[in-house]
Design a protein around this ligand. Structure first.
Ligand code: CMP
Length: 143
């Protein structure tokens, strides 16, 4: 299976609920290698730019407010089939529809405050990763 990278963000609700360690543990236990990671706080501009594809949607303003409401932890993850496998690990965007045992089903309160982000394609993963990290930030963990 092709090795892929996905960009994830542990969102401000994840950090506020003291779930950072537990969510990282689940990610590593599922076989993902963390190849870049940092703690940061997004400004409204940065959050708005990251989610620019949703600009104009009814939830956009709330999303930008929420994502800039506290620290978050962006990470680049690497694994065979990373995009699909990570989306299975985190569950559906709406936690009410997420499969049992997924991160969102277990920890998220609502579709807006859903603990964690995951890229929806390899191509978007690259664009999203470049939003937070340069090539020099990416660590070779396997060699
Ligand atoms: P995420 O995967 O980070 O990508 C866009 C985010 O918009 C999504 O998670 C949700 O947290 C948020 N969002 C808020 N309301 C909605 C909605 N009605 N439909 C889809 N996404 C929403």
């Amino acid at each position: 299976m092709a090795v892929e990278r996905t960009l994830t963000i542990l969102k401000p609700d994840c950090i506020r609920k003291n779930l950072t360690g537990e969510v990282i543990r689940r990610i590593q236990e599922a076989g993902f290698d963390i190849v870049a990671m940092k703690l940061t706080r997004l400004t409204k501009d940065t959050a708005g730019g990251f989610y620019a594809v949703h600009k104009g949607k009814p939830f956009y303003k709330e999303l930008v407010e929420f994502m800039s409401s506290g620290p978050c932890v962006p990470m680049i993850l690497e694994k065979g089939n990373a995009i699909a496998d990570f989306r299975n690990l985190i569950g559906a965007t709406n936690p009410a529809e997420a499969d049992e045992g997924t991160i969102r089903a277990d920890f998220a309160d609502s579709i807006g405050e859903n603990i964690i982000h995951g890229s929806d394609s390899v191509e978007n993963g690259k664009i999203e990763s470049a939003y937070f990290f340069s090539e020099a930030d990416i660590v070779a963990v396997k060699s």
